[in-house]
Design a protein around this ligand. Structure first.
Ligand SMILES: Cc1cc2nc3c(=O)[nH]c(=O)nc-3n(C[C@H](O)[C@H](O)[C@H](O)COP(=O)(O)O)c2cc1C
Length: 142
């Protein structure tokens, strides 16, 4: 299994999640590449069996709009039938609306979401980091 972890992060919280998820994927014996969203595109999808997308809640409960959203708009057209996972950090709302909307959006284009999306409040605690590693191990076996 070859996995891409594609993320955006402004203050490092989602980046930390990405690194821990990658650690879990490696623990599971899979190959992983951690890629900043500007360096990923639809033409790379065929190189991976699974893509884990990470983006914090930004704007008003949306994906980051200048870098991650344009990449995702291009990629989502090609997600039908592909295995993906979603994760990200948030801070302002307990409702995690951005992630609920993102999940519905991905299901709408036919992506196969292999695990319940992982949301972490603010900066990952050591326990959150363990959850991220476990998430990586889980999705790598999906
Ligand atoms: C411009 C801006 C908009 C944000 N909008 C939201 C939001 O709508 N909902 C929320 O829960 N958190 C919001 N946040 C908080 C971030 O999601 C939170 O700080 C997160 O940990 C940032 O992750 P990062 O370190 O990966 O950038 C916002 C933060 C910024 C700077």
């Amino acid at each position: 299994m070859k996995v891409a972890v594609v993320y955006w992060s402004g203050t490092g919280n989602t980046e930390k999640m990405a690194d821990c998820i990658a650690e879990g994927i490696e623990n599971a014996g899979s190959e992983v590449e951690v890629i900043f969203c500007d360096d990923f595109g639809a033409d790379m999808l065929n190189d991976f069996d699974l893509v884990a997308f990470g983006c914090p809640a930004m704007g008003d409960e949306v994906l980051e709009e200048s870098s991650f959203e344009p990449m995702f708009e291009e990629v989502e057209e090609e997600l039908n039938g592909r295995k993906i996972a979603l994760f990200g950090s948030y801070e302002w709302n307990e409702g995690q609306k951005w992630m609920k909307d993102w999940k519905v959006r991905c299901e709408g284009v036919g992506a196969k979401i292999v695990a319940e999306p992982l949301c972490v409040y603010d900066c990952p605690t050591p326990e959150d980091e363990d959850d991220c590693v476990a998430f990586g191990e889980k999705i790598a076996k999906a």
